[in-house]
Ligand binder design. Structure first.
Ligand SMILES: NC(=O)c1ccc[n+]([C@@H]2O[C@H](COP(=O)([O-])OP(=O)(O)OC[C@H]3O[C@@H](n4cnc5c(N)ncnc54)[C@H](OP(=O)(O)O)[C@@H]3O)[C@@H](O)[C@H]2O)c1
Length: 332
């Protein structure tokens, strides 16, 4: 197992995502928030996980409170990351929001303070100034971004005059967009890609199919549409086959495939302590080059599948596909 190294930071490649904690959208209920979630954090730390990722918006602060409570006696074992909800990511507002997060997390600093989304109307300079003040005050050891295109990540870094350590983006076998630009730049420059939804919100566990769809927020996700679930069957078959060879599970193999890529830390969420244990253990699965290739090919086939008859893609998807064609044309 290889740690992810970037500057003065050394991280276990499998972290823990905590959007599920205290958030109604996942439908895990109050016992989960009160009892299971704290045990997930503690067990993850026992197993060497250090990146614990939360955000002020998750459960409107509840996730941060649960994480803070669970870390009360073990704060130093975690590389604690939270995210700013960037309605007005400038000046004193950032300071207030960050201090609010620290209060809920019951700590005097976070290891990583991330801007959750780029704000299209706020220029980069004031955001960089506000982040720089947090670093100077010791409230954040590092800063990062999330859902940033490469150019904005680089611009923010230039304005800050210091590294913006990481970019937290959706990355899994069903969505490999970060491979276009972000991953190569991160690898070449000692930055970190923090992969969110690394299990495609549970799709890659193989538990779901056209006849067994999840409820809650996932019921509305395009990945869990019956036709998408049917199209994922060949990819899930390859995951099962590789998992069998390693006496592991499809979810573990999906994570192992990601952490095989240098500079990638995955932050899977978990609905049980057992899942968190499996996820941490996936860091020890050594995939062969042939297994990696087979998974990549199955992922390509899933991603390049034709749209089902009568399917009208969302406008953003149409724009994305056109853009991809233009970029592919330029590269050719
Ligand atoms: N920056 C952003 O904009 C952003 C956006 C989304 C997420 N995130 C972060 O990324 C984290 C992870 O993403 P995510 O929660 O969207 O998706 P995910 O990690 O891909 O999926 C999590 C779900 O997969 C299932 N699962 C987890 N481990 C499993 C295992 N070992 N075996 C079988 N099933 C397993 C569980 O659901 P079931 O058991 O119910 O199937 C769990 O709730 C979040 O918690 C959050 O911290 C960030």
């Amino acid at each position: 197992m290889r740690l992810v190294e970037a500057g003065d930071v050394r991280l276990f490649p499998v972290g823990l995502g905590t959007w599920q904690f205290g958030s109604g959208e996942w439908g895990y209920g109050t016992t989960y928030a009160a009892e299971v979630a704290p045990r997930i954090v503690e067990r993850s730390l026992d197993l060497g996980v250090d990146v614990i990722d939360t955000a002020e918006i998750y459960g409107f602060g509840r996730s941060e409170r649960i994480v803070g409570g669970a870390l009360a006696r073990r704060r130093t074992e975690a590389f604690l990351a939270t995210k700013l909800f960037p309605v007005l990511p400038v000046g004193p507002v950032v300071g207030w929001r960050a201090r609010g997060s620290l209060r809920r997390l019951a700590t005097d600093h976070v290891d990583l303070y991330q801007v959750h989304w780029p704000n299209p109307v706020v220029p980069q300079r004031p955001v960089a100034d506000a982040l720089g003040k947090l670093l100077d005050a010791g409230l954040a050891r590092h800063v990062g971004v999330s859902n940033y295109p490469l150019q904005r990540w680089q611009e923010l870094e230039r304005e800050l005059g210091r590294p913006v350590l990481s970019n937290q983006v959706r990355y899994s076998l069903v969505d490999r967009t970060p491979e276009r630009e972000l991953l190569g730049w991160a690898q070449a420059n000692g930055r970190v890609i923090i992969a969110y939804s690394p299990l495609a919100q549970g799709l890659l566990s193989g538990r779901y199919g056209p006849d067994r769809r999840p409820t809650g927020l996932r019921a509305r996700s395009s990945v869990f549409r019956p036709d998408s679930l049917a199209a994922a069957a060949p990819l899930l078959d390859v995951l099962r086959e590789v998992a069998e060879a390693h006496r592991s599970t499809p979810a573990q193999v999906a994570l192992a495939w990601l952490v095989r890529r240098p500079n990638v830390v995955v932050i899977p969420g978990a609905s049980s302590v057992e899942q968190a244990e499996h996820n941490a253990a996936s860091a020890d699965i050594e995939l062969s080059a042939a297994e990696d290739d087979a998974l990549t090919a199955a992922s390509d086939a899933y991603r390049d599948r034709p749209a089902p008859p009568g399917f009208v893609p969302a406008r953003a998807e149409v724009v994305r596909r056109r853009l991809r064609r233009v970029l592919d044309g330029l590269r050719a």
